[in-house]
Design a protein around this ligand. Structure first.
Ligand code: GSH
Length: 221
């Protein structure tokens, strides 16, 4: 099977969860890196410059034997099935995993849409309000549902929810979002513990070493 990820040149969770799933399963894939200029054309035309269809004019997208698959969570499930990180015959376990993928999408959209079309100044004000309001509320919910003394969010080993949380929190605490303080998870020890566990996982360390820019700020956890 030919697999090619279409995404930007940075490790945001939307693409990372699928890519890392494939990496953990020792499944080969290639990367097509999209420049900001080409992304503007994708948004307008729903195609790469080489003609590849991007179904909803959004990224990430995964090419599977030349066919385009869109949507972060759908791609993550597909890659998870290939690497045995997403069950094929356990609907309840699958739904438990889905909750986290979809919740990460909710958080991402809440942050990304807040102040999107405002001035820089207003955006910072709105995101500061978000950080102490709705975002804090959502992070508290996550903290509450992670089990006490759990090594991983679900089950006995590193899974899609852990990878998702690690990169989502990495984005939120990495200092790149105006108005979101980098210590936003300081009161959530269970979230911190999962992020540190992912960060310290042998295969994740290898992945970071092989694919992240040197000195890349992975987050504050
Ligand atoms: N629902 C989509 C949203 C993906 C998304 O918003 N991607 C961003 C880039 S990280 C994008 O393409 N934004 C442009 C747009 O929505 O027009 C998913 O879950 O993958």
């Amino acid at each position: 099977m030919q697999l090619s990820f279409i995404y930007f040149n940075f490790p945001f969770w939307r693409a990372e969860v699928g890519k890392i799933a494939l990496f953990l399963g020792d499944i080969d894939f290639s990367n097509k890196i999209i420049s900001p200029e080409e992304f503007q054309r994708i948004k307008a035309n729903g195609r790469l410059d080489d003609g590849t269809v991007i179904p909803f004019h959004q990224l990430p997208c995964l090419l599977v034997n030349g066919q385009s698959i869109a949507q972060t969570a759908g791609i993550a499930r597909f890659c998870g099935k290939l690497s045995d990180l997403y069950p094929r015959h356990d609907d309840l376990q699958a739904a438990k995993i889905d909750q986290f993928l979809d919740f990460a999408t909710d958080i991402t959209e809440t942050v990304a849409w807040t102040g999107k079309d405002d001035s820089d100044e207003n955006r910072v004000i709105k995101r500061r309000e978000l950080a102490t309001g709705e975002l804090a509320r959502k992070l508290r919910m996550l903290e509450i549902i992670i089990k006490e003394d759990a090594d991983w969010i679900l089950g006995e080993s590193l899974g899609l929810p852990d990878i998702t949380l690690w990169r989502l929190i990495g984005w939120l605490t990495g200092g790149s979002i105006d108005g979101i303080p980098t210590d936003i998870i300081k009161d959530y020890p269970k979230i911190q513990k999962i992020c540190r566990a992912v960060d310290g996982h042998k295969k994740i360390k290898q992945w970071v070493e092989e694919t992240y820019p040197k000195n890349y700020v992975r987050g504050n956890y």
